[in-house]
Every structure is written in C-alpha cells, then in structure tokens.
Design a protein around this ligand. Structure first.
Ligand SMILES: Nc1nc2c(c(=O)[nH]1)N[C@H]1C(S)=C(S)[C@@H](COP(=O)(O)OP(=O)(O)OC[C@H]3O[C@@H](n4cnc5c(=O)[nH]c(N)nc54)[C@H](O)[C@@H]3O)O[C@H]1N2
Ligand SMILES: Nc1nc2c(c(=O)[nH]1)N[C@H]1C(S)=C(S)[C@@H](COP(=O)(O)OP(=O)(O)OC[C@H]3O[C@@H](n4cnc5c(=O)[nH]c(N)nc54)[C@H](O)[C@@H]3O)O[C@H]1N2
Ligand code: SF4
Ligand SMILES: [Mo]
Length: 890
C-alpha cells in the first residue's frame, strides 16, 4: 500500500515542505510546490530523506544498561524506573538535582510537554536545549533590542533585497534552499563576512575575510559611519528607537576611521569602504546572521551591532530590509516559542513575578520553577560535580556537539542516572545511557515545527510506529503520570493536537497584545483541523489574521514600544592565542552532513561529498610546519587532541585552522572536533565560542596507510583495530570503507584471506576474501610514500552477487582496466563525481549549465552549483582572488 503525505523536512530551519510517498518502508520524497518556504525545491539532504528512512541502526525498544551491555526491557519497566528514580532523587535532593537537555529537533508538542513537566510540575528550570549552542545569542540580542525574541525578516525579503549580507553564514551549504532564492536576482550585491572563503564567500561580490571575532568592530564601524555621514533615518531613530545618544557616545570612544577598523579586522580599507558605501546607499538591505555571529563569547554583541546598523538606518520592518537571524534546526524557533531555554519560562515569558503567576494560573500547576535554570555548559558542569544527579537527554547528542566534549564524557560517566531518548541505537550519547528510550523518527512522528520566518508547519506521520517506539511527547507524558498520580490530568493529552492547542492557548492567555507571540487564532483546533493545518505565520491573534511582517508600524515589544539601541562592546575572543597555542581553531558544517551524522551517514550519496574529517590550513603555515596536503595532522588545544587529514588551502587565513564538527566516536574516533573546543561562553547568552579555540598543529607523521572494506549488510562484529591505528568509517552503497593509518607496525586487521599479496620488502600488503562468490573483505596497506589504488571499483565489487573471473583477477591489483574512479561526489542528487565533471570540462563544457547538460550535475537541487563553478575556474587555472592580496593580521 502506498501513502502520500505532505510534511516538513526534519533537517534545517528553512523548513521546506515535502511530499513523501511511502510504499512499505520504501520512501520517495519530493519538494512540496505549495509550501511557502521552498516552493517545491529541496537540497541534497532533503532529497535523500527516503534513503535514511529505513530501520538500519534504529532503537526499536527500551533498553537498560546491565553489566553485560544493553538489554531490552518493557516500556512499563522503563517508564516506572525513570519516574521512580527522578521522584526519589527530587525527594532527597530537591528539584534542581534533576535536569533535562533537549533539542531544536523535538516537535513543538514534545518541547511543550517537557517544559511543562520541568518548570510547572517538578519545579526546576534545569531544562536547557541544544539551541543554547545555536540560537541563544540571537535570542538575547532580539530580547534586548526588540523586547522579545522576534525575528523581523521573512524569506521573500531575500530576493527583494538589493544588498544581501551574510554575516558568519555559509548559506550555500547550510540553508541551500534559501540560497537558491537569490539566484533570481543576479543584480543583487552580496557581501560575505567570514574568516573562511566558503562557497557563499566565493559566490559573493565582496568577501570580507575578517580576522576571527572582529565582527563587532566591523558593524560598530558601520554604525559610526552611518552617523558621521548623516545617513541615519532620523524620523525612525527619533520615533521608534531609544538610546541613540548613549550608542553615539559609546561608538565615539573607538577610532572609527576606515583604516583603523580595517586594520583591526584584518581586511583592506578599500573593501571595507565598498561594504559601508553599499550599505549606506541601498535601502533594501537584508543582513543574515548565523553561527559565525552567534557562536562567540561576544555573540550577543555581534547580533546587537548588526541590528543597530539596521535600526539607525530604518532598514527594518519593510519589504527587503531586515536584520535576519536564520535558525539552524527544524524547530529551533518552536522551542523558543515554547520557552525551552533555561532562562525563559514559557511562551516568550520570563521569570518575573507576573509571568510566573500567569503561567501557573494557566497550567493550574502545583509549583513553578522560581528562577532561571542552568544553561547547557553550566548544566553539564553541575552533572560533573554531582549537583545534578539525573539527566534526561532528548533528540541531541551532547557527547559530540557540546564544547570540551571530553568533560561531557566525564560528567555522564559520573552521573547517577542518564536517560537518553533517541531514534538510533548507537550514538556517542546513547552509549552513556543507563536507560535508552526509543523515540519515533521523522515520518513516524506527528506534530508542528516553526521555521526561520515564523511559519508553523506540520510534520506528519506516514506510517505506524515501528517496533516499540513512541512519540517524544507521549513518553514525557507517561513519565509525568507515573511521577505523581495527581499530575495525571495535566499530562492527559489524547494526541499532539491537544498539546498544540494548550500551547497556543498559553500564548494567548491574558495576552491583551502585550506579547507579540500570540497563536490565539490556532486555539481550539479539532484533530481534523490540526491534521489539515496549512503553513501559517505568527503572530496570529484570535481576532486577527496571520502575520505578514513584524515591526511594519515601527512598534516593538518593549514597554515603550521603541527598539533599544544597545551599545556593543568591542572585545577579543574569550581565550587569546598564546605561543603554545598560536592558531585560531574554527569548526563548522559540511554541505551533505547533518551534525553528528546519526542519519545522514546512512545515505551513501551524502557520504561521498566530504568523506572524512579534514583540517584546512593555509599554505604558508603548512610549509612552515612541514605539513603536506592529504597527510594526517594533529591539532592540540588545552582541552584535547584530534587527528585530521590536512587540506592545504588559502580558503583559510594564515593563523587559522578549520575542521568540520560532524565526526564522532562511531565514525572517526580520532577526528572529533569538540574534544578540542574551549567551553568559554557569551556572558549574556551562555552560548559557547565554537568558532575560536587557541590551538597548535603538527604533522602526525604516519608511516603507513591503507583501507579495509567490509560488506554494508555485514552483521558480524565490527572490525577491531590496534589502539594506535587512526581509522574512520564511511558507508557506501554496498560496503563500509575504513581508511586507516598509523606510525607503528601496520595494523593487521586480521581475517582469513582467500588471496594475499605481500611484499615485506616494500611493506605492501593486499588481502581479499571471497565467500560463495561474493567479496567479503578487502585490505590494502602500503608505506606512506606508496599510493593506494582508488576505492570506487573495489567498493562496487561488493555489490556483485557473483564476481566474474576478470574481476577476481583484478582484485589484488585494486583496479579494473578501463574502469575509472568517480572521485569525490560533487552532485549528491544525481551522484556525479568530480572526475566526470572535470572530464566534461576538458571536453569543452564552459558553463555550469553545459556541465549540467552533459552530466546532470547541478540539475536537481542545485546545491552543488558553486562547486561546479569552482571546477570550471580550476581548469581555467584562474583561482579566486589570491590571499596575498589581503593584508594578514593574526
Ligand atoms: N549541511 C548542513 N546544513 C545545516 C546543518 C548541518 O549540520 N549541515 N545544521 C543546521 C544548523 S543547526 C545550523 S545552526 C546552521 C548553521 O549554519 P551556518 O551558520 O552557516 O554554519 P557554520 O558552517 O557552522 O558557520 C558559518 C560560518 O561562520 C564562520 N565564522 C567563524 N568565525 C567567524 C567570525 O568570527 N565571524 C564571522 N563573521 N564568521 C565566522 C565560519 O567560517 C562559517 O563559514 O546550519 C543548519 N544547516
Ligand atoms: N564544533 C562545533 N560544535 C557544534 C556546532 C558547531 O558549529 N561547531 N554547532 C552547534 C549547533 S548550532 C547545534 S544545533 C548542535 C547540534 O548538535 P546535536 O543536537 O547534538 O546533533 P544532532 O546530530 O542533530 O543530534 C540529534 C540527535 O537526535 C536524534 N533524533 C533525531 N530525531 C529524533 C526524534 O524525533 N526524537 C528523538 N528523541 N531523537 C531524535 C538523532 O539520532 C541524534 O542523535 O551542535 C552544536 N555543536
Ligand atoms: S534546505 Fe534542505 S535541509 Fe533545509 S529544510 Fe530544505 S530540504 Fe531540508
Ligand atoms: Mo544549530
């Protein structure tokens, strides 16, 4: 039987609508042409959703830790144990001895349920979320400037704007479908502010490759220029803002000349002037800010400095003009609306007495958390020191994603009770649990999410829940009911529509226009209405229509209705580089992986774009340190150590290092970035400084390298390597590939070989095993100065039900004459490798379109078009602007 359902993509905060069709467990996904966020488009991750929907790796029943490993248990036993142990710990140590660490990947209904349980029933605000790592600086900046966490922009503004600024935002890779919108505007001027030359930077008209953490200086400089050159919107500043003279006084304490600002930011004053002039001369400006802005010990002030430029020039509340914080996760926004951050109470209300009384009245709850709770970094520190004795982690993988991740390991190792709800059986955090709860995954769960432009959309289920999995909100409700029978009624929802109705009701409760977050128009939906809900933007008051634009009337959510001009302070990063740790280590996202890879790593087409953790280092630094492209390097910080493959490139500045955040214990135990990252946070928001940690780097000095391949459907024990073997694992269509390297004796990765080719003199070893005509093992090892064969042909051999004689004969050579390697996958949707693209350029293709016609690359989601352009440039030999053209200041 096939089922088709419209739903919302579970990855990024663009919140694309999808049409998913399910036939058994086979899913196909296409973009929903009727959804306002994407109008039918999807990126590579959305397109691959069908391939991550299988049950591979899923947790399908509750399990508890035993001395022999994890053992299945019943829901009744698991829920009773969680409820009982939480209750006992609270009885003995008080409510603040327990904590919840949740996620912007929960649905609004899940989030509402857990927030209500913690703050209204247990009476602790120790509930924080991975949005702390993501959006909390923007939240704090919005609250300071606008009076509430309100995002002024909508997606249509992106194509309306004549100047688009990307501030610490690699939209081409992280919000690809939004990025596609601007293709319709080739005349638009685009500026990218990023210390890294990203795909977004390469496609921009102007790239300000700033020294890390100098954004406040840059935006403050712009504000000073707006004032000095009398480019203010005087009416707007007079009528709708507050604090102008204080801001002006604060700005005047720094030298705001172009030369001084440019020197501090490490860019040319000509480029800086180009940006300032463009901003001054253009009415329709949208400034997008994301993790390069938020993930900083001055993230709130970075946001404020950008917002100030828009307020001073009145570029806000109008079509094509907005400071626009883009959310990362599918429901980062919904979580903020519910109040899932430890320093917010609920529904955009804080911990003031009036709000507390209001919320308690609405919930009719026995108690209310009296004060804000611990923010993520402090929360895990309290777990480590034993103040918090039980933690329930839902839909997030803090063992990988928190800063100073080795401390998180220490914290969870010591904790009395670690409960983890996840969809996957093995994640680095799941491995630390005492109790594992199987949650319903995308396509199974049912509820709402809010995207970056405040549009609420439905995620709908297409199938019954597999195995014993349950929806997150339902698990929370079950535990609440068991913790105290008197709470049963408060958690007695018949379905997600009732949870949503209650949440919407709270936003409207005694609101009277005081809180812009008002979903009154959505209160009281029946199950059928909820099921049929079309995407809708808030505010949506009971007596009004859904919103189009915020602040169009110049009215903000502050007591006097004026926006606040808060003076941002220019500061350095929390930790300055030292002689021992002279580099600045930055960590970001790649195009085709989602965070800790629990789902995207299942899709072969997403694995082939960037297959392993790499470290970007500038050629000057590499030369000085004897680091060679493609070889392993060790990065060290005060916190820890990680090993990456070097990518020597002038896409980073001298003195800067960059690595992806994604790889985990499961996929590359040596290449985990977060063990390196310092836990310094922004003092206002508590958001960690993921983008800057002082670091040192050196060549690893591997003496041998190799690879091992096992079948993808292999169900025996995973290969075990010697402890000093550096390995990483990648899933391909038919095989799992392990790249290995080391400094000592080459790893034997023992198995019974069918054929072996060994040359002790050269150190080359090649082994294969064939069972019943099928290839079941391949191992190649060589000294580091000897090349290994390309992997594609061998990997494909695992898909052969019966190897042919020529294939068998070629196995130990590692390549088949006439079969060429695909190279890195550039186009994930149509599986087009780099080698085919370069060949077609050599055959005369001179444009992205021509490459598309010849190879189909770039013709589906379009996320790879930037890279296709770079392939063209590479062949022309006309590499983008040489880095020496920019003065480098470390
Ligand atoms: N493919 C993919 N897309 C995703 C995600 C994913 O995991 N994979 N995750 C989603 C989530 S949750 C989020 S939060 C978003 C994040 O989306 P982005 O914010 O675009 O993501 P990042 O790549 O982490 O960081 C953006 C840029 O900030 C730059 N940066 C570093 N330091 C500074 C600085 O001091 N100043 C400035 N101006 N820039 C700096 C980095 O070099 C980087 O290029 O992506 C979402 N989309
Ligand atoms: N170095 C570095 N670290 C970073 C960042 C960075 O830029 N650099 N960025 C930070 C940011 S912005 C973010 S948002 C975080 C993200 O970090 P995490 O939230 O830790 O990353 P995910 O891999 O998205 O984790 C989601 C988990 O939830 C599970 N899951 C998926 N769906 C469901 C569901 O419906 N229910 C339940 N219960 N579980 C589910 C997944 O299997 C996965 O284990 O990382 C942060 N860490
Ligand atoms: S841009 Fe891609 S990842 Fe983000 S919501 Fe759309 S399809 Fe999903
Ligand atoms: Mo995020």
């Amino acid at each position: 039987m096939t089922t088709t359902q419209s739903s919302t993509c579970p990855y990024c905060g663009v919140g694309c609508g999808v049409e998913a069709t399910l036939d058994g467990r086979q899913m196909t996904v296409r973009g929903d042409g009727a959804h306002p966020a994407n109008q039918g488009r999807l990126c590579s991750k959305g397109t691959a959703l069908g391939n991550t929907f299988g049950l591979e790796g899923r947790l399908l029943s509750p399990r508890r830790r035993t001395p022999q490993g994890f053992a299945e248990t019943t829901w009744e036993a698991a829920l009773t144990e969680v409820a009982g142990r939480f209750r006992d710990i609270i009885a003995e140590h008080g409510p603040d001895a327990v904590a919840f660490y949740v996620s912007g990947q929960l649905l609004t209904e899940d989030y509402y349920a857990v927030n209500k349980l913690a703050k209204g029933y247990i009476g602790t605000a120790n509930i924080d979320t991975n949005s702390r790592l993501c959006m909390s600086s923007a939240v704090a900046a919005h609250k300071l400037a606008f009076g509430a966490d309100l995002v002024p922009g909508v997606y249509d503004d992106l194509s309306e704007a004549d100047l688009l600024v990307f501030s610490g935002h690699n939209a081409a890779w992280t919000h690809p479908v939004l990025y596609r919108r601007i293709e319709a505007r080739p005349d638009q001027f685009r500026v990218c502010i990023d210390p890294r030359r990203t795909d977004t930077a390469k496609a921009a008209n102007l790239h300000l490759m700033i020294r890390p953490q100098t954004d406040v200086r840059l935006w403050n400089g712009l504000c000073a220029h707006l004032i000095a050159r009398d480019a203010l919107d005087h009416d707007f500043v007079d009528q709708h803002t507050h604090g102008f003279s204080r801001l002006m006084a604060a700005l005047s304490t720094d030298d705001q000349s172009l030369e001084a600002v440019a020197a501090d930011c490490g860019i040319s004053s000509v480029d800086l002037k180009t940006f300032y002039d463009a901003f001054l001369q253009t009415d329709k400006v949208v400034s997008l800010f994301s993790m390069g802005s938020n993930q900083s010990s001055q993230g709130v002030h970075k946001g404020l400095s950008l917002i100030n430029a828009h307020l001073l020039s009145g570029k806000i509340g109008k079509s094509g003009a907005a400071p626009f914080s883009i959310t990362g996760q599918p429901n980062a926004m919904g979580g903020r609306e519910v109040g899932g951050l430890a320093n917010m109470l609920a529904a955009h209300m804080d911990f003031d007495d009036a709000s507390k009384a209001l919320v308690q009245r609405y919930w009719g709850s026995p108690t209310l958390a009296p004060k804000p709770g611990l923010k993520a970094v402090d929360m895990f520190e309290a777990v480590r020191t034993g103040k918090i004795k039980a933690i329930w982690i839902m839909a997030t993988n803090p063992m990988v994603s928190m800063p100073d991740a080795n401390r998180i390991h220490e914290a969870l190792s010591k904790c009395e009770l670690v409960v983890v709800s996840d969809v996957m059986a093995r994640t680095d955090t799941m491995d630390m649990a005492h109790i594992q709860l199987p949650a319903a995954a995308w396509g199974e769960k049912d509820g709402t999410v809010t995207n970056s432009e405040r549009v609420i959309s439905r995620q709908r289920n297409l199938t019954r829940l597999p195995g014993d999995v349950r929806a997150d909100w339902a698990i929370i409700a079950e535990v609440a009911r068991r913790m105290n029978p008197d709470w049963a009624q408060a958690f007695d929802w018949a379905g997600p529509h009732e949870v949503f109705a209650e949440h919407a009701g709270l936003t409207a409760f005694e609101n009277n226009g005081q809180r812009f977050l008002d979903l009154g128009g959505l209160v009281g939906m029946t199950r059928a209405q909820y099921n049929a809900l079309m995407p809708v933007r808030w505010p949506f008051p009971a007596d009004g229509l859904p919103a189009t634009r915020l602040f169009a009337d110049g009215c903000f959510n502050t007591p006097n209705g004026r926006a606040r001009l808060v003076p941002p302070v220019v500061r350095g990063p929390a930790q300055q580089p030292t002689p021992d740790f002279p580099f600045s280590f930055n960590s970001c996202r790649v195009r085709d992986h989602w965070h800790t890879m629990t789902r995207t790593a299942l899709a072969p087409e997403l694995n082939r774009h960037i297959t392993e953790p790499t470290l970007d280092i500038h050629p000057k630094d590499a030369r000085r340190l004897g680091i060679r492209d493609g070889r392993l390097v060790v990065v060290t910080t005060v916190q820890g150590e990680a090993i990456y493959k070097a990518r020597v490139t002038d896409d980073v500045r001298v003195g800067n290092l960059h690595a992806p955040m994604h790889w985990t214990q499961q996929f590359a135990p040596y290449g985990r970035s977060n063990g390196l990252i310092n836990p310094a946070v922004d003092p206002l928001s508590g958001q960690p400084e993921f983008k800057h940690t002082p670091a040192q780097v050196r060549a690893f000095g591997e003496l041998w390298h190799g690879f091992l391949m096992v079948p993808r459907d292999f169900d025996g024990a995973p290969p075990v390597f010697a402890p000093d073997t550096v390995w990483r694992r990648t899933a391909y269509a038919h095989a799992e590939g392990y790249e290995i390297a080391g400094t000592g004796t080459p790893d034997s990765a023992d198995f019974d070989a069918t054929a072996t080719l060994e040359d002790p003199a050269t150190g080359i070893r090649r082994q294969v095993r064939i069972e019943n005509g099928r290839l079941t093992r391949v191992l190649f090892i060589a000294p580091i100065h000897k090349n290994l064969p390309p992997r594609d042909w061998l990997l494909d051999c695992f898909g052969e039900a019966e190897l042919s004689a020529p294939q068998r004969a070629a196995l130990l050579i590692g390549r088949m004459p006439g079969v060429s390697d695909k190279g890195r996958t550039i186009c994930a949707c149509n599986s087009v490798g780099e080698n085919a693209i370069m060949a077609c350029i050599d055959d005369g293709a001179a444009t992205v379109e021509a490459i598309g016609e010849a190879t189909r690359a770039g013709t589906a989601c379009g996320s790879c078009k930037g890279e296709l352009k770079q392939c063209l440039l590479r062949r022309e030999g006309s590499h983008v602007a040489p880095i020496e053209a920019q003065p480098i200041i470390i």
